[in-house]
Ligand binder design. Structure first.
Ligand code: MN
Length: 248
C-alpha cells in the first residue's frame, strides 16, 4: 500500500484538506499532518526557536502548532518514519500562480516533500473553496496515481491550479506573471494605536499561451512542473565573463 502524506496551509480544519485526503484515499494509505490554524502566505518557514506540539485528532490525522513545512518535516521523519511515497498539499483556497509560489505555504509543503526526495504535488482552487470541488478531487486522484506510476525525478514537484469549475481541459504550463495591488492600509485600533494591513487584489494575469495564468483565465486545469534549483543558467554563463569573476 502506498503511503501518502497530506498537508496544507489553510489548516487541518479546512474543507480543502478533507477533500484532498478523501481523494488520496483512493490511491493509498493517507496520513494528514497539517498546521492547527491558517498559515497562508507563510512560504517555506521552519519553526526553530520554539517547540512544536503535535495532537492526534483521529487515526492518522495530526495537527501541528507550526507551518506547512514543519508539518511535512515531522510528518515524514517522526509520524511516518521516512516511509512516504507521495506528499500532497492543498487543496488551497485560492490561486498559486506565477510568483504566488514564492509566498505560498501550500507550495512550500510540496517543496518540503521534494527536498526529502519524495514526489510531491500542490493543489489550489480558484477563486476559493466555495465551489463544487468534485472535479478537483477527481483530478487529484488521477494525477496522484500517475505520479506514483511514473518517475517525476527528485528535486521536482507539480503545481496544480483548478479554474472555477467546470474546467475545459488540462494544460501543461510554465509559471506566468501574477502581480497584486501593493497596498498598505493604515487604521487605528480600539486603543488609538496605528496598525497596518498589507496585500491587495490580483491586478494582472500574464497572457502568454504557455503561462499558468493564461490557462486559468481560459478555464483549463494548469499543471506546472517546478524545480528546486533556482540557479539562473544564462546569468551564470554571462557573469563568468565579468572581469570581477576572472573573465576578460
Ligand atoms: Mn492558503
Amino acid at each position: 500500500m502506498r503511503r501518502i502524506l497530506v498537508t496544507n496551509d489553510d489548516g487541518i480544519h479546512s474543507r480543502g484538506i478533507a477533500v484532498l485526503a478523501q481523494a488520496m484515499s483512493k490511491v493509498g494509505e493517507v496520513y494528514v499532518v497539517a498546521p492547527d490554524r491558517e498559515m497562508s502566505g507563510i512560504s517555506h518557514a521552519l519553526t526553530l526557536a520554539q517547540p512544536l506540539r503535535i495532537e492526534k485528532l483521529k487515526e492518522r490525522w495530526y495537527s501541528v502548532t507550526g507551518t506547512p513545512t514543519d508539518s511535512v518535516y515531522v510528518g515524514v521523519v517522526k509520524i511516518m518514519e521516512e516511509e512516504v511515497d507521495l506528499v500532497v498539499s492543498g487543496i488551497n483556497a485560492g490561486a498559486n500562480l506565477g510568483e504566488d509560489v514564492h509566498y505560498s505555504g501550500t507550495v512550500a509543503g510540496a517543496v518540503e516533500g521534494s527536498i526529502f526526495k519524495v514526489p510531491a504535488i500542490a493543489f489550489s482552487q480558484i477563486p476559493n473553496l466555495d465551489v463544487d470541488l468534485s472535479e478537483a478531487s477527481d483530478f487529484a486522484t488521477k494525477i496522484a496515481g500517475a505520479v506514483l506510476e511514473n518517475e517525476i525525478g527528485s528535486q521536482k514537484l507539480l503545481n496544480v491550479n483548478f479554474p472555477p469549475p467546470p474546467a475545459r481541459g488540462i494544460r501543461l504550463t510554465r509559471l506566468g506573471y501574477h502581480p497584486y495591488e501593493r497596498t498598505v492600509e493604515e487604521n487605528k485600533d480600539p486603543r488609538g494605536n496605528l496598525y497596518y494591513w498589507i496585500g491587495g487584489k490580483a491586478v494582472h494575469y500574464e497572457q502568454n499561451p504557455e503561462a499558468d495564468t493564461q490557462a486559468i483565465r481560459e478555464g483549463f486545469i494548469s499543471v506546472t512542473p517546478l524545480q528546486l534549483d533556482l540557479t539562473h543558467g544564462q546569468a551564470l554563463r554571462s557573469l563568468k565573463k565579468w572581469e570581477l569573476f576572472g573573465g576578460t
